[in-house]
Write a protein that binds this ligand. Structure first.
Ligand code: UDP
Length: 482
């Protein structure tokens, strides 16, 4: 791009969860690669992770990526020490306190805006008040949700028309009104915060987030046009949002080191992990991971272990448990499981270098909780998926993968539970894993997935749909000031 926006400074303010911070870092890298000075605002404990990652980022001369910290009022909100990220909240009933603390960030954020006069603020959907903060300083506020167009449309139609109120039971299917594609859901799949009738603080925040979208400058979306064209158009033309698709953001990490550095420090040596994968045939390994927040019960983990063993497939399985917490055998693992699986299955306890793994040619399938980052990383890697939604907007993403794009098979969870997830038996795990790894249908799904993966890569290359939409946004922002 030319020099007309070289002096533009852009502030990014992600919600304090890895699923929000990781794509925000990628977004900052993307804007910096086009000559912007990007600053990520966060709290001290999150800042150390972020600084490590951006330390490796390659930015062109004349641009930069920085981190600015603001204190997190955890004590005022009654949160324990060290709790500055949603993955550090000790129990689900404390989550409302975490959200309460984030409201107190408005004042320190405004102080930073006052001191630094950025030209634009990209703030997370969980900070609806950021629209007013930006307007106090006369700068545009862009909203970042971190989810798909499909789920943005589905959740807005659900909010506006409340179709779940017109069914007589939790399991009676209903159509999501005004949403292209005749998508059906059941009441138990609808997030609790949608059904709460403004009774909870989270529900009020969710509604005010939706309304602040319309008052903001626009919405940036981590997706690409070819993936969900109908829904990108619906979101702008029917639901009236100004929007730019600039993803897949994870594709801005081009080399192995960048891919391995995303999020937290991996609990496996990346070279060891790659060596293990190198020893496997192409498309022969299934990767199993439930994101950064979901925490399945021990009995569910056990069913997964049995299902993976029964499937006969090679696998890498990420589990949010650490071995040092327990003496002897871990209860969630069948006896001598790891010994039997040696060479066939690898358990990563803690944090995996996910994109590095997904992009390896040995990986041929992904069991995912349908968090949007993971889902889109799976799409970009061109792998079919077993969909296992747990919470948030993940049931919508499942519909996109299984019914619209047809590159996923549902494991069969029925209920939105939040964090711990619904329960499925090992037979369902075995069946779903095999259905994406073996047979004619798996092959067809893999071909479709590979085609989408190639489209994803083209979208972010020069002249591609996401590259061009980012250009359009950059030009608009530049015109705003020059
Ligand atoms: N992730 C990772 N290693 C892990 C777990 C998660 O790198 O062991 C990354 C993953 O690649 C994705 C993000 O964390 O970028 C999780 O975001 P997502 O939207 O999929 O789910 P959430 O964690 O928000 O539920």
């Amino acid at each position: 791009m030319g020099s007309e926006h070289r002096e533009l400074n852009i502030f990014f303010f992600p919600f304090m969860a890895h699923g929000h911070i990781i794509p925000t870092i990628d977004m900052a890298k993307l804007f910096a690669s086009r000559g912007f000075n990007a600053t990520i605002i966060t709290t001290p404990l999150n800042a150390s992770h972020i600084s490590k990652t951006i330390g490796k980022a390659k930015t062109p001369a004349g641009s930069s990526i920085n981190v600015q910290t603001i204190g997190f009022p955890r004590e005022d909100a009654g949160l324990p020490e060290g709790c500055e990220n949603i993955d550090a909240v000790p129990s689900p009933d404390m989550i409302p306190k975490f959200f309460k603390a984030t409201v107190l960030l408005q004042e320190p954020l405004e102080q930073l805006l006052h001191q630094h006069h950025p030209h634009c603020l990209v703030a997370d959907m969980f900070f609806p008040w950021a629209t007013d903060s930006a307007s106090k300083f006369g700068i545009p506020r862009l909203v970042f949700h971190g989810t798909s167009y499909f789920s943005l449309c589905a959740s807005e139609c659900m909010r506006l028309y409340e179709p779940y109120k017109n069914v007589s039971s939790d399991s009676e299917p209903f159509l999501i009104p005004n949403l292209p594609g005749e998508i059906k859901m059941t009441r138990i799949q609808v997030p609790d915060y949608m059904k709460d009738n403004e009774d909870t603080e989270f529900c009020r925040m969710f509604n005010s987030s939706k309304e602040s979208e319309l008052r903001s400058y626009g919405v940036v979306v981590n997706s690409f046009y070819e993936l969900e064209q109908v829904y990108a158009d619906h979101y702008s033309k029917v639901l009236g949002r100004r929007t730019w698709h600039i993803g897949p953001l994870s594709l801005c990490n081009r080399d192995g080191e960048e891919k391995a550095q995303r999020g937290k420090q991996a609990t496996i040596d990346e070279h060891e992990c790659l060596k293990w994968l190198d020893s496997k045939e192409p498309n022969s390994v299934v990767y199993v991971c439930f994101g950064s927040v979901s925490d399945l019960t021990e009995s569910q983990l056990r069913e997964i272990a049995i299902g993976l063993e029964a499937s006969g497939q090679h696998f890498i399985w990420v589990v949010k448990r650490s071995k040092k917490d327990v003496e002897g055998e871990e209860e969630w693992l069948p006896q001598e499981f790891e010994k039997r699986m040696e060479g066939r299955g690898l358990i990563i306890r803690g944090w995996a270098p996910q994109v590095l793994i997904l992009d390896h040619q040995a990986v041929g399938g992904f069991v995912t909780h349908c968090g949007w980052n993971s889902t889109l990383e799976g799409v970009s890697a061109g792998v079919p998926m077993v969909t296992w939604p747990v919470a948030a907007e993940q049931f919508y993403n499942e519909k996109l993968m299984t019914e619209v794009l047809k590159i996923g098979v549902p494991v069969g969870v029925r209920k939105w539970v939040g964090i711990m997830g619904d329960y499925v038996k090992w037979e369902a795990v075995e069946k779903a894993v095999n259905s994406i790894m073996r047979g004619e249908e798996a092959e067809e799904m893999r071909n479709r997935a590979k085609e989408l993966g190639q489209m994803a890569r083209r979208a972010v290359e020069k002249g591609g749909s996401s590259y061009s939409d980012l250009n359009a946004l950059i030009q608009e922002l530049s015109a705003h000031y020059y």
